[in-house]
Design a protein around this ligand. Structure first.
Ligand code: ADP
Ligand code: MG
Length: 243
């Protein structure tokens, strides 16, 4: 079963069309990069996937559940890290996470087990009592990822997770997230405007001016549209081009 199915989805802010009708699916256990320049519509898509915005047209299914008609089971399968950090800087890692365990309805004991498992998975166990304010950007991102995975979703959405990170942290984060896919079967949708965050074996969706202009395995997309990912991206996102 696909982790995510998007069918004929479009969206407008008033008269401004932000997403033109698009359809795509993500198989389970895959890392998918959603690549597009600023303003392409990436965050709008994330807002629709997380039900921040009501659907205007089309359908979204998460793990087979329609976000419209079965929002609870659909959202239950979803973890999200938004573009802007929403951690409380003055609380420790553990305090930030405990609050969300309570929100998800875990008992103290169940919650402690989930907390320990997620801190281990994100390599944060030794830092659990540190204040978020004292962490570097890469570790802060990991806290957000731990938080997004507390309720064991099958699909993790990350909106430009590498913004503000130094190159080494960016690389480490990408490796870490791909490992979650390959070793634990989690599906990931990672948005970015940076070409070097896409690996040849990733699934790739390229959006430009609200339009899905290419999709498929990244190396196949590159070959089909220019040879390298750089030339394919330039060709597909040149203004005025309507493939
Ligand atoms: P991205 O995340 O790829 O940078 P966005 O989804 O944020 O793109 O934006 C897509 C388009 O929608 C842009 O043209 C942006 O200006 C517009 N847009 C985004 N949010 C709003 C909003 N709240 N009201 C009106 N237009 C918006
Ligand atoms: Mg954005």
């Amino acid at each position: 079963m696909n982790a995510l199915e998007v069918s004929d989805l479009s969206f407008a802010y008033g008269a401004r069309e932000a997403l033109k009708p698009m359809s795509f699916s993500l198989p389970a256990g895959r890392f998918a990069a959603l690549l597009g320049p600023n303003g392409a519509g990436k965050s709008t898509l994330i807002a629709l996937l997380t039900r921040l915005y009501d659907l205007q047209r089309g359908d979204i299914r998460v793990g087979g559940h329609s976000l419209q008609s079965s929002p609870r089971p659909a959202l239950r399968q979803l973890g999200v890290v938004f573009q802007q950090s929403t951690l409380d800087l003055d609380l420790s890692i553990e305090q930030n996470l405990r609050y969300h365990l309570a929100l998800h309805g875990f008992s103290r004991r169940q919650g402690s087990a989930r907390l320990d498992a997620e801190l281990t998975r994100q390599h944060l166990t030794e830092r659990r009592h540190e204040r978020v304010r004292d962490l570097n950007g890469g570790h802060r991102r990991r806290v957000e990822i731990a938080r997004a995975l507390l309720h064991e979703p099958r699909l993790l959405l990350l909106d430009e997770p590498s913004v503000g990170l130094d190159p080494a942290s960016r690389l480490a984060l990408g490796l870490h997230i791909r490992q979650l896919c390959s070793e634990q079967g989690i599906s990931v949708l990672w948005t970015t405007h940076l070409l070097d965050e896409v690996q040849p074996s990733d699934d790739l969706l390229i959006v430009h001016q609200g339009r899905l202009v290419a999709s498929g395995q990244a190396d196949a997309v590159s070959q089909e549209h220019g040879g390298t990912l750089g030339s394919a991206f330039t060709r597909l996102t040149a203004s005025g081009v309507r493939p």
